[in-house]
Write a protein that binds this ligand. Sequence first.
Ligand code: GLY
Length: 346
Amino acid sequence: MTTLGAVYLEAGLFSRLGGKVKELSGSIQTVAIVTDDTVKDLYLRPAIDSFERAGLRPLCFSIPPGEESKSAAMYIALLNWLAESRLTRTDAIAALGGGVVGDLAGFAAATYLRGIPLVQIPTTLLAMVDSSIGGKTGIDLPAGKNLAGAFYQPLATFCDPELLAPLPPEVLTDGWAEAVKYGMIRSAPLLESLSSSLLLAPNAEIIKTCIGIKQDIVQRDEFDTGERQLLNFGHTVGHAIETLSGYTVSHGRAVAIGMSVITRAAVRKGLCPPECQTALERALAVFGLPQQTDYSPAALYEASLSDKKRAGGAITEIIPRAAGECVLHKMPSGELLDWITLGVQP
Ligand code: GLY
């Protein structure tokens, strides 16, 4: 069983960040905060204050927001900055931001000096419920998303739901798509509660449930060789849509479409009851998440072939069997085209 970093989830936690990091490791002296220019304006000053109050020396590297920053060029620039700043193995990187910041900073932490301590401080719902948990780090290559990276567990993840307050609804929506994913793969009750239109804002309870599902799965399959692949539900087609759109379709929206395509295909193939599709569609509709794409099946299939889920001539797709239950389904790569073709039809 793997040892995942501790996850702290508490409203107001952010102001006590410095002390918490100090508690984790007395040897950390310098904290290299990696953030983006949007998050910087909101949260860099209080983060610096908190680290300084704890007697730590904060430094900052800020990137332009957006998927384009998860590039090889930015990764090298970050490594060079860490080296110029003379970060040592007893210092730490703090990823303050959403999924892009967490993946990039995490990959730098995994590889700089062959690995230095990392703390994740997610500031988006998507990062809180998914990307900051479980140790996946990486960057994109021109051929596709997340094609270079490492499994590298953070020392700790600090989730403060109060940080979500200033987020525009469209950014929250991306996180809700991942929450719907957890409902589909593991918890019909979660899917049901997400479908309740009473849920207007993320609350600690929902975040805790999603994190619990993810930790449970990652504990058993840290390196993504089996059960963890369930977390990729909707992601093969989702990543294809992100790539084809040049990342103008956001991750959560792309995954929402990906989940819809595969679920429609599974129902049409008689592998899953229509009630499952209804439950998914209801939950996605609550958050205004899209369920259709205009990209052709051939284009989606072509773009999905660079996906990591392909091994030899086969691809492992995640298909629903019922609301709250998905399974891994290994198929020849060519069969994926049938699935996509069946699933994109309205
Ligand atoms: N986001 C999928 C995973 O962490 O495995």
